[in-house]
Ligand binder design. Structure first.
Ligand SMILES: NC(=O)c1ccc[n+]([C@@H]2O[C@H](COP(=O)([O-])OP(=O)(O)OC[C@H]3O[C@@H](n4cnc5c(N)ncnc54)[C@H](O)[C@@H]3O)[C@@H](O)[C@H]2O)c1
Length: 269
């Protein structure tokens, strides 16, 4: 039977929780009785999210964190254990996009910037959180890394972003092998084109392209990733480990070919 009560009271860190997918996950966790540490660089927006979660009856606290700095992530984990007395799981969501150029046009500074956050930040999140999860003797610890379809399907014009997300997928699966015997799961969520502020300022044409490119004919909603993150945090998902799960409307399932339906009338009501 579908029962999310096992997450009630679990303590989780969500990085990137001030916007987009991270915010949706933090809200969803708090709605289901989890204690959430919302980590982000922006204290104004971060505190707004926390206040709004509390107004809705949830339990959350903000901790200012630059996830491209491993020392900030260590401080975040230490704060969580001090504040809530334990850690059951982490969602490493904070990440940036970087796209639209052929590889040679990216600079070494671009490379450092995106690797430091999207990959090294996730490594630090898994490293420090796993230590705290073990020390907490968590029954059903969980680690969720937000990768991308770019972590399973290379993207033209996105060599660096693709490299970081393939890295996150590899790191996830390797860590799952490390921790599986100790009842800590490590999984990756791979969003497809999802409507979040990451696309603020993107031209309307780009959004139309995303919609046309997706077999489901629409962009995803941040909540659709949050539902999966909730399941992965619950005891129902204890046997789901090392999984790399797309939430992408079928985008990574394969190429869209031309199809002629012999009986399109079955679609009519
Ligand atoms: N939206 C999509 O279509 C899409 C698709 C695939 C993967 N993703 C991945 O999902 C994750 C979230 O993306 P989103 O669309 O919600 O983006 P977003 O821009 O809406 O949110 C990103 C979050 O990360 C935070 N952040 C950025 N830099 C940070 C730093 N140095 N330290 C701490 N926090 C930082 C931002 O403040 C924000 O809260 C990212 O890892 C992204 O790569 C998104």
């Amino acid at each position: 039977m579908l029962d999310f009560s096992s997450v009630n009271g679990k303590v989780a860190i969500v990085t990137g929780a001030s916007k987009g997918i991270g915010e949706a996950i933090a809200r969803c966790y708090a709605e289901h009785g989890m204690k959430v540490v919302c980590a982000n660089r922006d204290p104004i927006r971060g505190n707004e999210v926390v206040e709004s979660i509390r107004k809705d009856g949830g339990e959350a606290v903000f901790f200012r964190t630059d996830c491209s700095k491993p020392e900030d992530i260590k401080a975040l984990v230490d704060f969580t254990v001090e504040h809530y007395g334990r850690l059951d799981g982490i969602v490493n969501d904070a990440g940036i996009g970087m796209g639209g150029n052929p590889l040679h046009e990216y600079s070494l500074e671009d490379c450092d910037k995106i690797f430091n956050l999207n990959l090294k930040g996730v490594f630090a999140g898994v490293k420090y959180a796993s230590e705290a999860i073990f020390k907490s003797k968590a029954e059903g610890g969980f680690i969720i890394n937000v990768a991308s379809i770019a972590g399973i399907m290379p993207q033209r014009g996105q060599a660096l972003y693709t490299a970081t997300k393939f890295g996150v997928v590899g790191l996830t699966q390797s860590a799952a092998l490390d921790y599986a015997p100790y009842n800590v799961t490590v999984n990756a969520i791979c969003p497809g084109y999802t409507e979040t502020p990451i696309f603020d300022g993107a031209p309307e044409q780009a959004k139309q392209y995303f919609i046309n490119d997706c077999p489901s004919g629409r962009m995803g909603k941040a909540e659709e990733c949050a539902y999966l993150a909730l399941f992965l945090a619950s005891d129902m998902a204890r046997y789901v480990n090392g999984a790399v799960i797309p939430v992408d409307g079928g985008l990574s399932a394969g190429a869209k070919n031309v199809t002629m339906w012999k009986h399109p009338e079955i679609l009519n009501k």
